[in-house]
Every structure is written in C-alpha cells, then in structure tokens.
Ligand binder design. Structure first.
Ligand code: ATP
Ligand code: MG
Length: 313
C-alpha cells in the first residue's frame, strides 16, 4: 500500500480494524519526551479552504516537486564543509544556537558565510563509527535529493572525534511541538491535512522517484519540520538508522530500527525492511495528527498506551 492510499483512508475517515500486533514491552520509551499538551482538532475549524496561501489540499504529481539526479545547491557537493566553517557558523557551538537534541546528538542553528541558514547535527561521542561509515557512503546520493517536502542534506564532516551532519534549517519547529502546543497556536484541521499531503508527497518521492528507492525508517512527528507557512519537510531520511544504533537512545529498539509506536509489526517480526514499513509509520502519524496523541502514551493505562492499538479497539 502506498502513502497516497493510506492518506485516502485517512480522508474518508475509515480506520483499519485489524488488531495491531505491536508488542508492548518489546521496546523502551523515552519518558522525557512524553509531555502531552494537545490542542486537538476538536477546537479547530473544519474549513479546508480557510487559507488559500497555505492550502494545497489537492494531490499534485510528486515528480513536479523534486529531482534526485541533479544537485543545484549553492553549497556545492556534499562534504565540502570545513570544521572551522561550521565552528564559526554556530558561534563555537554556542548554547544560544542550540535548537534541539535527539538520539544522534545536539542540533545547532548555524549561519554560513554566504548567509545560508543551516542546521548542524553534532553526533554524541558514542554514536557508532560502523554506522557512520555506512551513512558516509550514502551522503553523496542523499545530498542530491531535492524535494520541497524533504529537508535537504548539505554535507557531512569529521574532525578529530567530531562527526557532524549539515542540513537545511527549517525555522518553525517540529510537528510534534505543534501538536503538543509548545509551538504555534494549534493546527487547524485544514493545516493538518496540508501537512499530511506534504508528508505523503515526500515519502512517495523517496520510494518511487529517486534513482533507487529510499526507505526513511523513522517517519514520526518529531522528524517532520514545519516552515513558517506550515508546510512540512520530512527530516532525517537516510540517517535515522544512526540514532537507532546509539545505545543511549532508550526510546529506540536496539533490534529493529525506528521509534517505538511507529514500527511496522511485520518488520519487527521479520527484520525485513520494505517501503511498507514507512507507510505503516505514516499511518500512525496520521492518527497522531488527528488525535494529538503521541505514538506511545506511557502514562496511560496499559490498554490505551500504544496509540495504534488504542485506535483499533
Ligand atoms: N533541519 C532542522 N532545522 C531546524 N531544527 C531542527 C532541524 N533538525 C532538527 N531540528 C530540531 O532539533 C530537534 C532534535 O532533532 P533530532 O533529529 O536530533 O532528534 P528527534 O528527531 O527529535 O528525535 P530522534 O533522536 O529520535 O530522531 C528537533 O525536534 C527539532 O526541534
Ligand atoms: Mg530527527
């Protein structure tokens, strides 16, 4: 099933009644990220055409959005950054420029000499080299992928024991922060639909329009970044797996790669990854967007804890 099909299901309000086979307790969860301040869709306008500037609630042909065969970045080819350049761009990795933290490491906002804003992801020292090697091999491929709804990968660099990924900076926080009410004024239903369409475009593009299919592996609300016009950009494609190998990433299964609550049960059972795993995660994300819930709600009673199970009941 393609993302567009899941999306059609979402629009028609149907839901899959098949019993979810996500096994509770087969993963650990990061309780630090479980704050739940949701401004749900019930408080929102249902007028889908409420903002003609933002609204794109019509599926457009995905290949009109991007290209994987050319690299037009003004930043040049991947890996062209020096450590000094990034050190300066982030004002010596100043705390004032810190914009977030994840399993991979700390994220800083940076400004390059030419004024381009970048997000600098600085790896924790314990991120395994083995997996970075795998990632490095893919950097030149990934950096050629251009799509309006994908966060652009600009480059990767190593310096002494530092490992750094430089990506496009997206200025309005993550979808999770918006759903949690930590950012913005709450998302209207039309805005949620537009965001869902953007994500569907991005994932479809990764699966079907790049030279080789790319499986994201970690589609989730914190990996969807929003612009000031509330357009969505999918982040971390191709390197989500790095964070998954970090032993300190308690919210990530050490066996299969991905985030608790979003992992396709077939993949969990077989460890065989396919595009369908992303489609499953996208389905969980749609439920999150409609309900405001997190994929896993650790403070809820056991029977309501895993969102996909809860919604199937
Ligand atoms: N390209 C970016 N532009 C702006 N902010 C970003 C960017 N990438 C990440 N961030 C910010 O940094 C935070 C941490 O991102 P990161 O990808 O490291 O972890 P995560 O996606 O939240 O979780 P996980 O480690 O499980 O993947 C994000 O929630 C977001 O607020
Ligand atoms: Mg991320």
């Amino acid at each position: 099933m393609k993302c567009a099909s899941v999306f059609a299901l979402f629009l028609s309000g149907k839901r899959n009644t098949e019993e979810s086979k996500v096994v509770e307790g087969s993963y650990e969860y990061d309780h630090r990220k479980s704050a739940h301040k949701v401004k749900g869709p019930s408080s929102s306008s249902s007028d889908l055409s409420s903002d003609s500037n933002k609204s794109s609630s019509k599926l457009k042909s995905s290949d009109s959005y991007g290209s994987s065969s050319t690299s037009n970045t003004k930043l040049g080819s991947a890996g062209n950054f020096s450590y000094e350049e990034i050190y300066k761009a982030t004002a010596k990795f100043s705390a004032a420029n810190k914009v977030g933290e994840g399993a991979f490491g700390t994220v800083y906002k940076g400004k390059l000499k030419d004024g381009t804003l970048v997000a600098v992801k600085r790896a924790n020292k314990d991120v395994e080299n083995k997996n970075l090697g795998e990632f490095k091999n893919e950097v030149s491929t990934l950096s050629k992928i251009e799509h309006l709804n994908l966060v652009r990968l600009y480059g990767y660099l190593e310096h002494a024991d530092e490992k750094i990924i430089v990506v496009e900076y997206v200025n309005n926080g993550s979808l999770r922060e918006h759903l949690d009410g930590k950012r913005g004024d709450g998302l209207e239903i039309g805005e949620r639909l537009d965001i869902a369409i953007d994500i569907a475009h991005a994932v479809t593009y990764l699966h079907m329009y790049t030279d080789h299919p790319i499986i994201h592996r970690d589609i989730k609300a914190s990996n969807i970044l929003l612009t000031d016009k509330l357009r969505a950009k999918v982040a971390d494609f191709g390197f989500a797996r790095l964070a998954a190998e970090d032993p300190s990433a308690t919210h990530v299964s050490t066996k299969v790669k991905g985030t608790a609550g979003y992992i396709d049960p077939d993949y969990m059972r077989s460890h065989k990854l396919s595009e369908k795993s992303d489609v499953y995660s996208f389905g969980v994300l749609l439920v999150e967007m409609v309900t405001g819930r997190h994929a896993v709600e650790p403070r809820k009673p056991l029977s309501e804890r895993v969102t996909i199970k809860w919604v199937s009941n």
